[in-house]
Design a protein around this ligand. Sequence first.
Ligand SMILES: [Zn+2]
Length: 422
Amino acid sequence: MDVNRLVSRRGMVAAALASAVPLSVVAWHFLPRITSGQSASTDAGGQSVDVPIETWNPFVRVNLTPTPLTDLTVSIDGPFRILAPGSPRILVQSGSVTDAVVSVEGTGIRFGDEVLQISQIEIVSARSPAIWVGRNQYRGSIRIYRRPGGRLIAVNLLPLEEYLASVVNSEMPATFPDEAREAQAIAARTYVLSQMKGHPQFDVYATSRSQKYLGYQYRDDEGRRLAGETPGSRDIVSRTAGIVCTWEGKVFTTWYTAVCGGRTIRGRSVFTDAVPAIASVQCDWCREAERYRWTSTVQLGRITEALQEHLAIEKAEFGQLKSLQPAFGDEGDLPFYMVSDGVSTKKIAGTILRHLLPIGTLSSPRFTTEIDGNEVRFSGAGHGHGVGFCQWGSRGLALAGRSALEILQYYYPGSATVRLRG
Ligand SMILES: [Zn+2]
């Protein structure tokens, strides 16, 4: 499809894509839900998919607890049932509940006053959204699984398109232009489909480890309710319904980053699953972002300690850091650095240095450094891993009149964008 022919006017993206020919059309149908469906209905009916049927599951399973917890607080606004996943057996049935503490007890799970002799449960509400886990309320149902060490994880099951209505807002400000948000929705849809790899309990995390997902609504520190999804985000999702990016006929991991800082990093140099479409492209479209350029200062002792700890894993001795210089390499690849204590020199990736220091110290893996007395001063570009679709860059491109499809082509050159349909 010639995306250059597409105009950027609002509403034209979906119309243009409606005539796109899917690479392969497979009859669409829902996979059966494991529990009797009493909660969210889906408006995704009538679509078809161009991904193999075994990988098409319109229900997304989102791990809400990347770090397993000893207890969870659950509230449910209205009638609900607790079931054993995969079985119609009803363990609990009630009108509603407020602040029920869920924890591990013996060989089972405690839900408020009830102890259920089972290692996993599914909470299904009569209406959706209804279920709160901690400060967030979600559409769909919630599964809770026991984990070793007396811990639990919570997984939200809900239709893909409903999940995306929250991801679009969680990942991108509502003030960004519609075309940027449409591109975000398509990238997020493709990403989650690419992550459905048959994990027994969940497909993605609710954090930036996968993509941010705040649910239907949430409470802030002051207890105020804030919207996770809005009519605007639902509109963006329905306008792009079923549209995905493909490479050689398959959805791919559509890596994306907040601010690339001037040039995106070639995917293959960072992630083993990156297809060639995750190329390195010039992008100063993100120049209005706060962290297009950034600086930070770290105590020499702090970074020396971090390097020593890291190098100890490979049994390498390292004294006090004396120099830290960018290593020679292709400017499109992940930056590497040469670190030296004056005796030995080691080569280390920007991503590793970034993770060795406290979160937020180095906003991106691309920087220059200067050692001044007891301090190391960093001057860097961008925010995030720097790979793929640049979220702030998509804003700049949209403001310059580019359509959602043109934006995706810019960051994933050579990929196709197709609408899944029946
Ligand atoms: Zn950029």
